[in-house]
Write a protein that binds this ligand. Structure first.
Ligand code: CP
Ligand code: NVA
Length: 311
């Protein structure tokens, strides 16, 4: 069955079926391999992406902006101070007004309800560029990086080491959808919320895979095809960073932990990295590290997504 995402939003990885994720990954691979043809065809010619940010960014901003240029469109960056989302006017009015000018909206926000509201009120597709609850664009890029190395996504086993955060939530949903076994290894008190795990497990029953949580990083990493980590304190949690350091000891991807995974296991990190905390520098530069491919793939995966939503 042909995949048609025209006019849809991407707020959560739950919004996509396994087939749709694979179709985005396949188109991303094609766009990545055919830069000249993509620029000639300009699938977003005369289209505008508006990017709304409540938080800082390197990859999300630059990959969306450069990616839109590559597709023949134009991207507008709105910094946190520009529109003061949630302070100057309602999210509903912002969504309606921006939809009168733009063809796609991408937003990076604190509360997940903000990007959900943008999606509800906008007349154009809305893409979640990270909320406190999810980071779906990151997972599309990550899955492309895994696919490039292994030629498949289903039937693999992945483990995320660290904080049960937005990236972990989106990985759980994405893994469940594409049929990957997936474990989150988090310190006690920092596991993903039980109701979110339960939802991912329900989705995983449809694809016949296992989603689970452990407090033991070595046990979680055992036999994994890929290991993934992210910062111990996310944007908005800076005040907790010092206290978290003590609680997250042992939850680091390093050569010792890698011994528990498959010998050629892929090393993944969404970046930005805090070397010496959630990953050590040497491991981040190991031959099987894909961290900079993940960063590059943000642009290709998002380009595929934008073409499918609004092209
Ligand atoms: N991985 C990621 O979203 O990076 P930025 O915060 O720099 O956008
Ligand atoms: N969990 C991190 C991801 C950054 C890309 C954060 O939300 O800050």
């Amino acid at each position: 069955m042909a995949v048609n995402l025209s006019g849809r939003n991407l707020i959560s990885m739950r919004d996509l079926s396994g087939t749709e994720i694979l179709a985005i990954v396949a188109l991303a691979e094609k766009l990545k391999a055919n830069r000249e043809a993509t620029e000639r065809e300009a699938p977003l010619k005369n289209k505008t992406l508006v990017m709304i940010f409540q938080k800082p960014s390197l990859r999300t901003r630059v990959s969306f902006e450069a990616g839109t240029t590559r597709l023949g469109g134009h991207a507008i960056y709105l910094a946190p101070a520009d529109i003061k989302l949630g302070q100057r006017e309602t999210t509903e009015d912002i969504a309606i007004v921006v939809s009168r000018y733009a063809d796609i909206i991408m937003a990076r926000v604190f509360g997940h309800d903000i990007v959900e509201d943008l999606g509800k009120y906008a007349g154009v597709p809305v893409i979640n560029g990270l909320s406190d609850f999810e980071h779906p664009c990151q997972i599309l890029a990550d899955f492309l990086a895994i696919y490039e190395r292994r030629g498949r996504l289903d039937g693999m086993s992945g483990c995320y080491i660290g904080d049960g955060n937005n990236v972990a939530n989106s990985l759980m949903f994405g893994a469940a959808r594409v049929g990957m076994n997936f474990t989150v290894a988090a310190p006690p008190g920092f596991e993903p919320k039980p109701e979110v795990v339960g939802e991912a497990q329900k989705m995983a029953r449809e694809t016949g895979v296992t989603i689970r949580v452990t407090n033991d990083p070595a046990e979680g990493a055992r036999g994994a095809d890929w290991l993934y980590t992210d910062v111990w304190a996310s944007m908005g949690q800076e005040g907790e960073a010092e206290a978290r350091k003590a609680k997250f000891q042992g939850f680091q991807i390093n050569a010792e932990l890698m011994k528990h995974a498959k010998p050629d296991a892929i090393i993944l990190h969404c970046l930005p990295a805090h070397y010496g905390e959630e990953i050590d520098y040497e491991t981040s530069r190991a031959p099987n590290s894909a961290i900079f491919d993940q960063a590059e793939n943000r642009m290709h995966a998002q380009n595929a997504l934008m073409v499918m939503l609004a092209g």
